[in-house]
Design a protein around this ligand. Structure first.
Ligand SMILES: [Cu+2]
Length: 496
């Protein structure tokens, strides 16, 4: 029952990517201004909106307040960049980014603006990407319209109907992997009347990261899908890496100033208990919406959500930003600093001031031994198939949870991104290619049914049984002409 639900969900996400492909093709085929009928139609009804380029800023800087009192057509240019950057001292990670940093640039528009998104995926990207804006009213939040293969640009437009602070994120399959690699940022739809003025505004986004090595293990660390599914991050950080807003990079302000933080949570998994040690939020725009709560110590920011917090600085010192799920702060990196200079006020706070009260403690984690029962289960391994029919049945489950997100229900794939497994001349010519695909992954140019693909399939960590079962299922489904792969076949290839 549970599996069915999951499969259905994955199918619907895939359908999204599939529709997106049509949109992407359309965008690629037609000149940019007429990229979608929607853009054209809106311009007609909106008449002559003045056109402005969006001011976009890298964290922790927030774009300045909007001084227009009329709607405009705001052009947002986004570029996806996949690149290796620092996760922590001595630790590198291959990030997937909007605009070359995590989080992506913050975008600020005004309620009622027409927003045109020009979405480019760099030619040196390994996979297609898209963007789902939570500020959009429309299918996939723009994900369908922006699904873009490497080297292409897609354009779509939406009207910023409702003010608020919204996350945007990539929603290309496997969605969790794209978000886990850093594909998120914030867009503020400022209310028509504007937000109350403050002295300083900052942009902070929390995210959780999953690496093969544990916290602090040096070198280039690959993404770990297993830990991501288990929701066991090695890193929980503000603004993309450990120390992004601490030490020399700390946020800075002065006594007497009012401060606003636009805080988002990209997730992919964890809910943030956002807290600033030594401060009380005068105002919290709860979940980034219209509701204002006052005098708040810790505010919850859901994965894929945001909050705006305002507070006045009364005394100097170092104020530490944390996710108050506190092991994340001291052992996984979720520490930031706001350094405040200015005269003391002994009545409000008498104590001495130090920069170094709160220090990261690192991730020296002890392993938890398995119980006898668990050990036995691990040793027993997965269910074994007794016949070819059994293999097909078990193989479907393996397919639904390991291949469907990319290759799709019915194995149809997505043109330009994920090749089909349905009547694939590439696979059917030599079904052992399927074994290689799973064990080693596939990369570089391949031609399937006359169409060229030049992307990357990661190796899939399946045992011999599951590999044999899923391939036997594929060979006997999707209109394919039958065949069988046994666990022994897989073992033989693995041994080579
Ligand atoms: Cu992506």
């Amino acid at each position: 029952m549970k599996r069915h639900t999951l499969a259905a969900l994955i199918t619907s996400i895939f359908a999204l990517a599939a529709c997106g492909q049509q949109a992407a093709e359309k965008a690629a085929d037609t000149p940019a201004p007429a990229a979608s009928e929607q853009t054209a139609a809106t311009q007609e009804t909106q008449g002559e909106l003045p056109v402005v380029d969006a001011v976009m800023t890298h964290a922790p800087e927030a774009p300045p307040p909007i001084d227009r009192d009329y709607p405009a057509k705001v052009v947002v240019k986004m570029e996806v960049v996949e690149k290796v950057m620092k996760m922590a001292d001595g630790v590198d990670y291959k990030y997937w980014t909007f605009g070359g940093q995590v989080p992506g640039q913050m975008i600020r528009v005004r309620e009622g603006d027409q927003v045109e998104v020009q979405f480019s995926n760099r030619a040196d990207s390994t996979v297609p990407h898209n963007v789902d804006f939570h500020a959009v009213t429309g299918p996939g939040g723009g994900a369908e319209a922006t699904f873009t293969a490497p080297g292409h640009t897609s354009t779509f437009s939406f009207k910023a109907l409702q003010p608020g602070l919204y996350i945007y994120h990539c929603a290309t399959a496997p969605v969790g992997m794209h978000i886990a690699n850093g594909m998120y940022g914030l867009i503020l739809v400022e209310p028509k009347e504007g937000l109350p003025k403050v002295d300083k505004e900052f942009y902070v986004v929390q995210g959780d990261f999953y690496t093969k090595g544990k916290y602090g293990e040096p070198g280039l660390q690959p993404f770990d899908m297993e830990k991501a599914i288990k929701e066991q991050p090695d890193y929980v950080v503000f603004n993309g890496h450990v120390g992004a807003i601490a030490g020399d990079n700390a946020l800075k302000a002065k006594v007497g100033e009012t401060v606003r933080m636009f805080v988002g949570n990209g997730g992919p998994n964890l809910v943030s208990s956002f807290h600033v040690i030594g401060e009380i939020f005068d105002k919290v725009y709860v979940e980034g919406g219209k509701l204002i709560n006052e005098n708040i110590q810790t505010t919850l920011i859901p994965a894929g959500g945001a909050a705006i917090v305002d507070f006045k600085l009364d005394v100097p010192g170092s104020f530490t930003l944390v996710d108050h799920s506190i092991f994340r702060a001291f052992n996984k990196g979720a520490l930031g600093q706001l350094k405040v200079e200015g005269p003391e006020n002994k009545e409000i706070y008498s104590g001495k001031i130090s920069d170094t009260i709160y220090q990261p403690e690192g991730g020296a984690i002890q392993t938890v031994p398995l119980t006898e029962e668990e050990k036995a289960k691990v040793e027993a391994g997965p269910a074994k198939a007794a016949s070819k029919d059994d293999q097909i049945k078990l193989g479907k489950t393996v397919y639904d949870s390991n291949c469907l997100a990319c290759h799709g229900a019915e194995g149809k794939g997505v043109e330009g991104a994920f090749p089909p497994l349905a009547q694939s001349d590439y696979l059917l010519k030599d079904p052992k290619r399927g074994i290689h695909a799973i064990l080693k992954g596939v990369s570089g140019k391949i031609t399937v049914n006359g169409k060229e693909y030049n992307s990357v399939m990661p190796s899939i960590a399946l045992n011999d049984e599951d590999t044999a079962n899923v391939l036997t299922y594929i060979l006997n489904s999707f209109g394919n002409n039958g065949g069988q792969i046994t666990a022994a076949d897989v073992a033989k290839e693995r041994g080579k």
